[in-house]
Design a protein around this ligand. Structure first.
Ligand code: COA
Length: 238
């Protein structure tokens, strides 16, 4: 996805995105549209990332740059192969009554996402509302955030249990950061926030809504709310 607000450097057949502010650090990807990076390109970009103190990270779509999987591994990187899915709007489920989508980022989004991603996978667990409220006590307040939309599943008497974010470039929207507190998993909330973000994106004129799933089991959550598998996103780290 294009990165408004990032600085761009070319390194051979790789393009490196660098976050201008303090946000989530970006990665390098093959030069668009036909970049075919070599081992030397990967090593060069990793050295540049190291010198800047940002993660040594590379991302690409396997189907468009199939050779890079072997190249990145030869350059010493670990590659996560994440299912890549796009929305079939006709298959979106009915809206969930307690999920809403916001144009600002409430503190709950940060707190719940952090706790959810600390317990990867789809299994339920102990961590729940008490840990969320402890994190909220230390967190800031709602922050303005015009590039993103945020969804919260806010259940009566329970508060925010699941969250997700949508980021947009042109008419393409990517859903990211979907997470449910471990104690609230397997109630349909992760699927519901994903569906709400997708519906909101369509209502706001998106032509394509996509996401990548951390694993095959996470992909099932998205498939149930109308996404279908179209390929594999490769995410390489040092
Ligand atoms: C992935 C994640 C967001 C799913 O959240 P969730 O709220 O548990 O998701 P859902 O409840 O919609 O679906 C999970 C399972 O519960 C089942 N389920 C849904 N509604 C249910 C209900 N009412 N009763 C029982 N089970 C239900 C689903 O069928 C699904 O089952 P499956 O694993 O056999 O396919 C959550 O596990 C998580 O936060 N994981 C860590 C962070 C992460 O990896 N995020 C995704 C990054 S791409």
């Amino acid at each position: 996805m294009a990165r408004p607000g990032s600085r761009v450097e070319e390194h051979g057949e790789l393009t490196l995105f660098l976050q201008a502010g303090d946000g989530y650090p970006y990665y390098a990807r093959p030069r668009f549209p036909d970049g075919r990076p070599s081992v030397a390109d990967v090593l060069a970009v990793r050295e540049r990332q190291r010198s800047l103190g940002v993660p040594e990270a590379l991302e690409w779509v396997h189907e468009t740059t199939p050779d890079l999987l072997a190249v990145a591994r030869e350059a010493g990187m670990d590659v996560l192969q994440a299912p890549l899915l796009v929305l079939d709007p006709a298959r979106l489920p009915e809206p969930h009554p307690h999920v809403r989508v916001l144009g600002t980022r409430p503190a709950e989004v940060t707190a719940v996402a952090a706790l959810a991603f600390s317990s990867p996978g789809t299994a339920a667990g102990e961590t729940g509302a008490a840990e969320r409220d402890a994190a909220l006590a230390e967190a800031g307040t709602t922050s303005a955030d015009t590039r993103h939309r945020h969804a919260v599943a806010d259940l009566p008497g329970e508060g925010v249990l699941a969250v997700g974010t949508a980021q947009r470039a042109g008419d393409v929207v990517e859903v990211v950061g979907v997470g449910t507190l471990p104690a609230a998993r397997r109630r349909g909330l992760g699927g519901a926030v994903t569906a709400a973000l997708a519906r909101d994106a369509l209502d706001r004129g998106a032509g394509l809504v996509f996401l990548s799933a951390a694993s095959e089991e996470v992909a099932r959550v998205y498939e149930r709310v109308g996404f279908r598998r179209i390929g594999t996103a490769c995410i390489a780290s040092a």
